[in-house]
Ligand binder design. Structure first.
Ligand code: PGA
Length: 254
């Protein structure tokens, strides 16, 4: 299996720094002994815990990500966090356009501005795209159409100079996210088909693109997604905070 990427989106969890440190330390302790075979692992905690988690000695292949970033570097933007600040806290990756942020009003236009800012500041974006249940009910072609449109709008006007930069996209169908009522994971085959579509759609703009699947990934189903050659890794929410389960998934990908 070629090296896969495992990303852990902790969302607004846990509720204290103590717990966050305990969780990361426990994951590290539970990792398979052969550290050379570990996949690339990105831990994406709340902003507040980034600095302290960076101070923990992370195994090779581990890095930190943030869950969002504003499009300006500094200034009068109360409550926002800039990519420069994230960089100074040791962050390498930034999730942009997660469906939970889009549900709070984030538009494709905002997502596009944030993507450009993340790239401009030397960080790697993890752009989230994915259709909702009503669109998917119309079939995979309708879902591809929706996702293609999201990509077009968020990648529009990317400077040609960023074409060679590392770039991650996470295909996260909204109906598959574990916190959504009646959610269920996509099948590895249909997720792979969408990911092939995403790679083709972005090929002219992004030369170093990797595409992950996200949505109710667990230790039970992760092997199925990771064994698809077109799926470069998984973005995990709920199961990433269950330390035994998350360490098991890392083991599966190693
Ligand atoms: P989930 O979340 O793994 O709990 O479905 C994935 C995500 O929202 O990034």
């Amino acid at each position: 299996m070629k090296k896969k990427i495992i990303a852990a989106n902790w969302k607004m969890n846990p509720s204290s720094l103590k717990e966050a440190e305990k969780t990361l330390r426990a994951i590290i302790r539970l990792l398979p002994a052969k550290s050379g075979s570990l996949p690339k692992t990105i831990i994406i905690p709340p902003f507040l815990f980034l600095r302290e988690l960076k101070a923990i000695s992370l195994p090779s292949g581990f890095s930190l990500g943030a869950q969002d970033a504003f499009w300006e570097e500094k200034g009068a933007f109360t409550g926002e966090t800039s990519p420069l600040q994230l960089k100074s806290a040791g962050v390498k990756y930034v999730v942009i356009g997660h469906s939970e942020r889009r549900a709070l009003g984030e538009t494709d236009e905002v997502v596009g501005r944030k993507i450009k800012s993340v790239l401009r500041n030397g960080l790697t974006p993890i752009l989230c795209v994915g259709e909702n249940k009503n669109i998917r009910k119309k079939g995979l072609a309708a879902a591809k159409n929706f996702v293609g449109n999201e990509l077009e709008k968020s990648l529009k006007n990317l400077p040609a100079t960023t074409a060679d930069r590392d770039f991650l996209i996470a295909y996260e169908p909204i109906w598959a996210i574990s916190s959504v009522p009646d959610s269920k994971n996509d099948t590895p085959e249909s997720a792979a088909e969408m990911i092939v579509f995403i790679k083709k759609a972005a090929a002219g703009r992004l030369k170093n693109l990797k595409v992950l699947y996200g949505g109710s990934v667990s230790a039970r189903n992760a092997g199925g997604f990771l064994s698809q050659p077109e799926i470069d890794g998984v973005l995990i929410g709920g199961a990433s905070l269950k330390v035994d389960e998350f360490a098991e998934i890392i083991g599966l990908a190693g």
